[in-house]
Ligand binder design. Structure first.
Ligand code: ADP
Length: 884
């Protein structure tokens, strides 16, 4: 900034400056659009090499001036008038327009300015030229004489500001020194106030130290917004003392106004309620986000969530609760710790089917029966019970019928029966797996205070199925256990109780949910592990395992068509003849259900699918290789003419394979190739019972009945009994008991010459239950253990075609056991022809399908001696009847 006084030429072209005052030291930017000012700029500035000086005169706004552009006062003033004498200092000169309209008020003092920057623009399409001039005010002048030069004005001027030497003298004046000190102090105060508000006033502070004080006065005043009159009077303050005191007054006034404004804002801010503040902050946040281009508008998300919640049909009290939670969410920032959990919770509330139901159509019992028959082979009793259940629902739709519980080994169709019920009722079906659920929270949910808390499986299931009246399958209800984390069974009891499940309380949800419209169906492998109260609340329907004949029928009628369809095949590609299916059942599966059978069939289908897909590929490939273009075709194509294509039949053999493939028929070679060598055969029992000490037992596991071999052996030792094979306490005791009984009856059983000889004299006994990785327990191995020990000590082989089950007392009585039907079926699967059963299990035999019974010899016994009699070829040679 130039602080040295400028040499003014006597004459200056004058730029009128409407309603504004340019003060020395200030910088302004003017847009010149008016023809006369454009001309002025063009002639006085643009075309001159050196961007010379120009005078800037303030003009008062007038209506006439307002019609034109900002710089209009000169318009029409080229009347040829020589000029007018300017009035005395501080007065405005008047110049009438040519047609005598509004006079233009020129001020008699102005500021000489230097053009710092000039830019020229051409407006389109008019082609009008405009200029933007950046001017820096340099020093005051007064107008001596104003005259027109073409369309603009020029003036004879005389300089008003002091020259450098004059200034130096004036600065010695003590009054001026005092005044400038006062000004600086006020200015400093203003700067420090501004500094608190914004940090960019540092440069102003530097000015205070470097720029002479008379200049500072102008610069400071120029930077405030003050009235035109005040600016004019500043311009008129040619005298330094006057100027300084005026500036001090203006700066002080500005300072006070800032302080007052600040006070008011503080007061108002204090009065702003919390919510208003929040609103303001939120607005700011939104503005910031917009600036950042952050368009994943959370606000909109929340609004969408609210809309979803409104449509969820919540009961009034829950809606209130949800709204409270939503308000909380609104106040949170997405980054805040509780935000996502709160949001997830509200999403759950919005997603839950509070009212939504799937329409139940008029139940057609005949159709339901047909559909059950279509999907399932056999199971007449089960189907009958399901039809009864449906019939009751038809008569009384809101009847609180019993909860059906299908009990049976895996793969017997429990799940698919339950889904058939859903189909018959036209309801959605959802399966909740309860296997391994030990924590009550799995059923009831975790309280929301826990990190990672979530709703229980039931509520989660309902959210997934999104209707409040599905058929819900509680799968493997026998696999829930209780431990320190609570008792899932008691939570289930509440779920199944029609009185309580109307207001089921999930800990996570924390508001009651009505489960009464849900139809519950449960499945279990075994009844024993189900806690009695829970079992009591359900109606058990047992599904026995299938006989091989039934399995064959299921495979032919249901599994094979389904498996083929699942693999994109049909009988045109793959055929599995009945004999092969039978082989699969006999050699590759040994299960109560049909799951492995289905798996094996699927393996065959996969193998066939690969072959078929390969064939189709080769076919397509060979099709592509065929060149179908001919020269004629080429030339016609080149002409752009339409080509009529003749379809030429492909080679006979290829099309034949493609269109009508000869189906792949599964034979034994393919069976072995795909499924591997046979896994089971009828000879297993015979092979394993090849030496004394091995007997064949029948046990019951969660997979249904199983054949369990028991192996005993003796070796040199001290009379100890070793037991292996993951045995539970009960079975261990049975082994102890069996050994005691055999030792006590050693002489009678012809195992030792006299009764006073110790059978275990210098030998240990080891009993092992193969399939060592599978845990075993239960009392029903008693008779099998005795048989195996007798076989060991008598060195006689047990009959391989005979299997047995039964609990034994110390006195040799055989007590009834459970799972008889499954055990007999298991024996049948192993190809065992004779089964020894406790006599009191006779009643259970009615459950065994008659074709199986007819092919087997069932031997009912009361005492262990009878078991031994049946188990050995030629009977057990007892020396005498029991003396006990
Ligand atoms: P579970 O639930 O008892 O373990 P699934 O219902 O899953 O058994 O049944 C396994 C497979 O066997 C399913 O594909 C099912 O359709 C089929 N299946 C079981 N029993 C029959 C049956 N009686 N008739 C037709 N398919 C059956």
């Amino acid at each position: 900034m130039a602080d040295s006084p400028v040499e003014l030429p006597g004459r200056l072209a004058i730029l009128p400056f409407r309603n504004k005052v340019l003060l020395p030291g200030a910088i302004v930017r003017i847009r010149c659009t008016n023809p006369s000012s454009v001309k002025l700029v063009e002639q006085e500035l643009w075309q001159k090499e050196e961007k010379g000086l120009i005078g800037v005169l303030p003009v008062r706004d007038s209506e006439a001036a307002a019609v034109g552009s900002l710089l209009s006062p000169g318009v029409g003033s080229d009347s040829g008038e020589g000029g007018s004498k300017a009035g005395g200092s501080g007065e405005s000169s008047k110049q009438d327009t040519k047609n005598g309209k509004e006079p233009i008020h020129w001020h008699s003092k102005g500021v000489a300015a230097r053009a710092l920057h000039l830019s020229r623009g051409v407006e389109k399409p008019s082609g009008r030229v405009t200029y933007i001039v950046v001017l820096e005010g340099l020093c005051r002048f007064s107008v001596q004489e104003l005259s027109a030069r073409g369309s603009y004005h020029v003036a004879r001027v005389s300089r008003l500001d002091m020259t450098k030497t004059e200034l130096e003298q004036a600065e010695q004046d003590p009054d001026l020194i005092a005044l400038s000190r006062q000004f600086k102090a006020t200015a400093m105060e203003l700067i420090s106030v501004l500094e608190q508000k914004q940090k960019t006033v540092g440069r102003t502070k530097v000015l205070l130290d470097t720029v002479p004080v008379y200049r500072l006065a102008d610069i400071f005043v120029a930077s405030f917004e003050i009235s035109f009159e005040e600016q004019l009077s500043m311009l008129d303050s040619v005298d330094l003392k006057v100027r300084l005191s005026k500036a001090t007054e203006l700066v002080d006034r500005h300072l006070q106004s800032i302080l007052v404004a600040e006070k008011i804002t503080q007061k108002v801010e204090g009065q702003l309620s919390k919510s208003q503040k929040e609103f303001l902050l939120r607005q700011q946040m939104r503005a910031i986000k917009e600036e950042l281009g952050d368009n994943d508008d959370d606000e909109d998300d929340v609004a969408a969530l609210e809309r979803k919640m409104q449509n969820a049909g919540m009961p009034a009290n829950i809606w209130k609760h949800a709204q409270r939670e939503l308000r909380r969410l609104r106040k949170m920032q997405p980054q805040q710790p509780g935000y996502s959990s709160s949001r997830a919770y509200l999403e759950l509330l919005a997603d839950l089917p509070w009212q939504k139901v799937s329409e139940e159509r008029e139940l057609d019992l005949r159709a339901a029966k047909e559909s059950l028959d279509q999907d399932h082979y056999g199971l007449p009793k089960v189907k009958q019970r399901i039809i009864e259940y449906l019939a009751v629902r038809k008569l009384k739709p809101d009847a609180r019928g019993p909860v059906l519980c299908f009990v049976g080994p895996p793969g017997v169709g429990k799940t698919s029966l339950a889904s058939s019920i859903a189909k018959a009722l036209n309801r959605k079906f959802i399966r909740i797996s309860l296997g391994g659920v030990k924590d009550e929270a799995d059923i009831r949910g975790h309280r929301r205070t826990y990190i990672g808390s979530m709703p229980g499986r039931l509520i989660d299931g309902l959210k997934r199925v999104s209707v409040s009246n599905p058929v819900m399958l509680l799968d493997e209800i026998d696999k829930t256990g209780s431990d320190v984390r609570g008792d899932p069974a008691s939570a289930l009891l509440e779920v199944l109780d029609p009185e309580q499940n109307k207001t089921f309380n999930d800990h996570y949800l924390n508001v009651p949910f009505d489960l009464s419209k849900v139809i519950f169906v449960a499945t279990a492998n075994r009844m024993q592990p189900i806690p009695p109260p829970l079992l009591d609340s359900m109606e058990v329907i047992e599904l026995p395992g299938y006989t091989p004949e039934e399995k064959l029928k299921i495979a032919m009628k249901h599994l094979i068509p389904r498996v083929l369809e699942q693999h994109g095949l049909s009988s045109a590609y793959l055929q599995i003849p009945e004999v092969r299916s039978k082989l699969i059942i006999e050699r590759y599966t040994r299960e109560a259900g049909v799951r492995n059978l289905e798996r094996n069939l699927a393996a065959l289908a996969r193998a066939a699918a690969v072959k078929v897909a390969e064939q189709v590929n080769t076919l397509r490939l060979s099709k592509e290789i065929q060149p179908i273009t001919t020269t004629l075709l080429d030339s016609r194509l080149a002409d752009g003419g339409e080509v009529e294509m003749e379809v030429i039949p492909m080679g006979h053999d290829i099309s034949n394979t493609y269109e009508n493939p000869s189906p792949m028929i599964v034979d034994e070679t393919m069976l072995e190739k795909v499924l591997g060598p046979p896994r089971f055969d009828d000879r297993e029992a015979a092979d394993r019972v090849a030496s004394p000490g091995v007997s064949v037992g029948l046990v019951w596991t969660s997979f249904g009945g199983e054949v369990q071999f028991v192996e005993a052996t003796a070796m040199v030792g001290k009379g100890d009994l070793h037991l292996t094979g993951q045995l539970g306490d009960v079975i261990k005791e049975s082994a102890q008991l069996a050994l005691t009984w055999v030792r006590a009856r050693a002489a009678d059983l012809n195992l030792s010459p006299t009764s006073d000889i110790n059978l275990l004299e210098s030998r240990d006994i080891h009993i092992h239950f193969p399939a060592g990785a599978v845990p075993k327990d239960g009392p029903s191995a008693g008779v099998t253990l005795v048989t195996s020990l007798v076989s060991l000590f008598s060195n006689r082989k047990v009959r391989a075609d005979t299997a047995m089950t039964g609990e034994m007392t110390l006195r040799g009585l055989v007590l009834p056991v459970g799972g008889v039907k499954d055990k007999v079926l298991a024996a049948h699967r192993y190809g065992i022809k004779r089964v020894i059963l406790p006599e009191r299990n006779l009643k259970d035999l009615t459950e065994v399908p008659s074709p199986i019974l007819s092919g087997m010899e069932i031997l009912l016994v009361k005492r262990i001696e009878e078991v031994l009699d049946h188990a050995f070829e030629g009977g057990c040679l007892l020396r005498s009847r029991s003396k006990l």
